[in-house]
Write a protein that binds this ligand. Structure first.
Ligand code: AMP
Length: 215
């Protein structure tokens, strides 16, 4: 099964993708994670995208489509969760063509619905374990009182460079201008499955599981 998690920044796509990888053995393909890895390791491509990402703008379609194609080539068995991809209509068309080329299908597009106030609150409060990537939130899921990650015991936690109010405003605008048209695009293809992204993490996970079991 191959699915897309679609929703604005802070909707919980990464959190739910991690749960799906654990519970269903799916492969998370987060273009944001791939680009951050390139940025942190200082590759040529990473240098090119760093400032764009920090400002909250979208990098070119060509770059992210290339990253996704590499992963499809590397995992012919499929079972992907596309997280943060596609983000434009051109990317959505390219994904359709790539899946066809690899003999794969798109089974569902989970649209995670949340309101903007919740997004701002979530994003400005979130951090991640530097060792294992477990996500935390100062309000809803604080770092344990002993300062150690509940999953791996790591003691270093990082906040994303673009998780500040100014970048967030740009990221939301990019989402509404360029990504939200994908809701209509996938609705017209009969793939769209809206879920309420505002609940507790486990509740959202349960709703997504119900949707996927029915596909
Ligand atoms: P994310 O971790 O998904 O929030 O992505 C972080 C940043 O990476 C975005 O604000 C963009 O600058 C860039 N990015 C990630 N995925 C894409 C994509 N599919 N298309 C264009 N830019 C992307």
């Amino acid at each position: 099964m191959n699915i897309i998690l679609l929703g604005p920044p802070g909707a919980g796509k990464g959190t739910q993708a991690r749960i799906l990888t654990e519970k269903r053995g799916m492969i998370q393909l987060s273009t944001g994670d791939m680009l951050r890895a390139a940025k942190n390791s200082g590759t040529e491509m990473g240098k090119k995208v760093a400032a764009i990402m920090d400002a909250g703008q979208l990098v070119t379609d060509e770059i992210v489509i290339g990253l996704i194609e590499e992963q499809l080539d590397a995992h012919p068995e499929g079972g992907f969760i596309f997280d943060g991809f596609p983000r434009t209509l051109a990317q959505a068309d390219a994904l359709g063509a790539l899946l066809d080329k690899h003999g794969m299908t798109l089974d569902a597009v989970i649209e995670m619905r949340v309101d903007d106030d919740a997004l701002v609150a979530r994003i400005t409060a979130r951090s991640t374990c530097a060792t294992c990537g477990e996500g935390y939130n100062d309000i809803s899921k604080p770092i344990p009182a002993d300062g150690k990650c509940a999953v791996c015991g790591g003691t270093e936690f990082i906040r994303r460079a673009d998780d500040n109010e100014e970048s967030l405003r740009t990221r939301l605008m990019e989402y509404y201008k360029k990504t939200s048209p994908l809701i209509g695009y996938y609705y017209a293809k009969g793939k769209l499955k809206p879920v309420n992204g505002l609940g507790e993490i486990d509740e959202v996970a349960k709703e997504i599981a119900g949707v996927l079991d029915a596909v």
